[in-house]
Design a protein around this ligand. Structure first.
Ligand code: PLP
Length: 350
């Protein structure tokens, strides 16, 4: 009953995640999960952890996983922050690093959780329009701000900003924290983590939900200067000492160590993406250039909502956003070649 609520709760506009249908037969191309399973080594590590030790709390610092991430990226352990999915990492970033007098900047079309965090923490923001080609123009971010955040590749467009352009934004904003949300970077981009030692204002976030196929485990991370990480640790340790459980700690570390499986499955997704783009273009779709594990496509003669409904009737679910500028697009996650074929068949003759 709302009379019991803290006053700010009635004004919250929560994020709405993509549907997780109960029907298992559906071809699920709506939430950018990985169609291939997690690394068998990660699964084995988690199975080995299942036992009496679950009585005990996990390591509050997740040192095993921090070290695996630090090894992988060639950084120090105190440059790595971990959380229960990158959504939690992002929440702590908004709370601990992006709450300032000047407005936070992010693209008008980007991850729809950003304005939700702004609502939760009372952060002012300006949504900066993408250009006509749905690209980020670094020049638009050279103005006073209280911080900058953007996904790279962007979501839901899939478009990649080159590393030089990311650096241009960093150079123009030495007094602001610049957060690069690299949830999808492994499917065709180059991580900005190589820049963290030169830019103390850079924070890069990543997730194990996409390229490491562990969306169900909930592990996300941030890499940046130790001072930025310390702010996040303070917020985390004022909120939940143990956001990563024992399975997440060992499974996440094993997933990072299994480079071979990671490289193989990323390649499969990238190859399927290119094949699917070709098939959809042959049917008259316009597809934005994607460096992610999803594509953003529209058909000039067919309404996107109607297409999504038609696909659903055929047992294929994709994501449609009722949002200005993009309401004629569908965001389609890359599945296995068989799932992608079901999508192409579901679209039918146009
Ligand atoms: C751009 C972007 N950032 C972050 C996330 C959050 O991922 P997770 O909380 O699973 O790590 C997503 C999930 O879809 C995303 O699209």
């Amino acid at each position: 009953m709302s009379k019991f609520w803290s006053p700010f709760v009635k004004d919250l506009v929560p994020y709405v995640p993509g549907e997780q249908p109960k029907l298992t037969k559906l071809v699920k191309l709506n939430t950018n999960e990985n169609p291939y399973g997690p690394s068998p080594k990660a699964l084995a590590a988690m199975q080995a952890e299942l036992g009496d030790t679950l009585r005990l709390y996990p390591d509050p610092n997740s040192d095993l996983l921090k070290q695996a991430v630090a090894r992988y990226y060639g950084v120090q352990g105190n440059q790595v922050f971990l959380g229960n999915g990158s959504d939690e990492v992002l929440a702590h970033i908004f709370h601990g690093l992006l709450q300032h007098d000047l407005p936070l900047l992010f693209p008008d079309i980007s991850y729809s959780f950003y304005p939700v965090y702004c609502g939760l923490y009372g952060i002012h923001f300006d949504a900066v329009p993408l250009d006509e080609q749905f690209q980020i123009d670094p020049a638009d971010y050279a103005r006073p701000n209280g911080g900058i955040i953007f996904p790279n590749p962007n979501a839901p467009t899939g478009c990649l900003l080159a590393l030089e352009a990311v650096e241009q934004i960093l150079k123009a904003n030495p007094a602001s924290v610049v957060v690069v949300d690299e949830a999808y970077i492994d499917f065709g981009g180059e991580t900005a983590i190589s820049l963290v030692d030169r830019y103390p204002n850079l924070l890069v976030t990543q997730t194990l939900s996409k390229s490491r196929s562990l969306a169900g485990l909930r592990v996300g991370l941030a890499v940046g200067h130790a001072d930025l990480i310390e702010a996040l640790e303070r917020v985390k340790n004022s909120f939940n000492s143990y956001p990563l459980d024992r399975l997440a700690n060992v499974g996440g570390a094993a997933a990072f160590d299994d480079r071979e499986y990671f490289a193989k499955t990323c390649r499969l997704v990238i190859d399927s993406r290119e094949a699917l783009v070709g098939q959809l273009k042959a049917k008259g779709f316009e597809v934005l250039p994607s460096a992610a594990n999803f594509i953003f496509a529209r058909h000039p003669q067919h309404d996107a909502a109607a297409l999504a409904a038609k696909l659903r009737e055929q047992g294929v679910i994709v994501r449609h956003f009722k949002q200005q500028r993009i309401d004629q697009f569908l965001r389609i996650s890359i599945g296995t070649p068989e799932q992608n074929q079901a999508l192409v068949e579901g679209v039918g003759e146009l």
